[in-house]
Design a binder for this molecule. Structure first.
Ligand SMILES: CC(C)(COP(=O)(O)OP(=O)(O)OC[C@H]1O[C@@H](n2cnc3c(N)ncnc32)[C@H](O)[C@@H]1OP(=O)(O)O)[C@@H](O)C(=O)NCCC(=O)NCCS
Length: 246
């Protein structure tokens, strides 16, 4: 991919007038993980094996019917797609009903929390093209949620929980995600947090690569999502807990 120039950004705090743009960006950023998750799951040898076996069964049961072979294989693919969709759609619904439902109350009224938006300088009219949020966690408590549940609480000082690092498609690979993450890191240092942590799901390869580049390391890997255990295991999604010590 051709390297584009680093874009000039204005990163500022969220304003209520940003709500619509931020919600759209958030929805798109979460939904775009469904197809990568589906293709990743379907290319796993176990799922390929099941799809081939079902197709074969369809072929035999249908009296050498290619149509039935295709139908049985497609039914399996449909189930896997449903599981991937459930995980991200469920996550989206949960966040839109909790922290994202009232960003000023959840992020701006507490000095340990912050929500920023990025505007690309020169875009006319000026529009939101990136977001990032931090929720402070003192005494092991977080008001945040994530794709995963069951976060480890080590009680070793205050930390920040990073979320919603998202950049609109046309503005990607221009260091916008890096600048937003850096803003969150600077804020956490100012607040005296010991670390910045977040959960990333396996299909979010770009985010994992960005975070590694910025010095985040993996501290935990598990397959527990907010969704039902069967849905999570059929979708074959793993959750990586990453952190950067400040
Ligand atoms: C992840 C995301 C925020 C990255 O934003 P961005 O502005 O494109 O990131 P940057 O330009 O700062 O990328 C910095 C580095 O991260 C890595 N990176 C970023 N996107 C990548 C991708 N799609 N594939 C591989 N590496 C990637 C690269 O190493 C890149 O450096 P390079 O461009 O010099 O190779 C953006 O792709 C996005 O919004 N994704 C969807 C939402 C999401 O998954 N968010 C994470 C929530 S935790």
């Amino acid at each position: 991919m051709a390297q584009k120039n680093k874009v000039q950004l204005s990163i500022r705090e969220y304003r209520p007038s940003d709500q619509r743009a931020v919600s759209e960006l958030f929805r798109d950023g979460v939904h775009e993980n469904i197809y990568p998750a589906f293709f990743k799951a379907m290319s796993h040898p176990d799922h390929v094996g099941v799809a081939l076996s079902l197709s074969m069964a369809g072929y035999v049961l249908g009296g050498s019917s290619y149509f039935q072979a295709l139908l049985f294989g497609a039914a399996w693919a449909g189930l896997i797609y449903f599981c991937c969709h459930e995980i991200y759609a469920g996550y989206l619904a949960r966040r839109l009903g909790t922290d994202m439902a009232d960003i000023p109350a959840n992020y701006l009224d507490n000095p340990d929390n912050r929500f920023w938006v990025a505007e690309a300088d020169g875009s006319q009219p000026s529009r939101v093209v990136g977001v990032v949020a931090v929720m402070g966690r003192r005494g092991g408590h977080s008001g945040n949620g994530s794709v995963a549940t069951g976060m480890a609480e080590d009680g070793s000082g205050a930390s920040g929980e990073l979320s919603h690092v998202m950049v609109a498609f046309p503005w990607r690979r221009r260091k916008m995600g890096s600048q937003l993450t850096q803003r969150a890191l600077d804020f956490c240092r100012e607040r005296g947090f010991a670390r910045l942590v977040l959960d990333v799901s396996s299909p979010q390869a770009g985010a994992i690569s960005l975070l590694r580049k910025m010095g985040f390391v993996q501290t935990e890997l598990h397959a527990v999502t907010h969704a039902n255990r069967w849905i999570s295991s059929l979708a074959r999604i793993t959750v990586t807990r990453m952190e950067k010590v400040l």
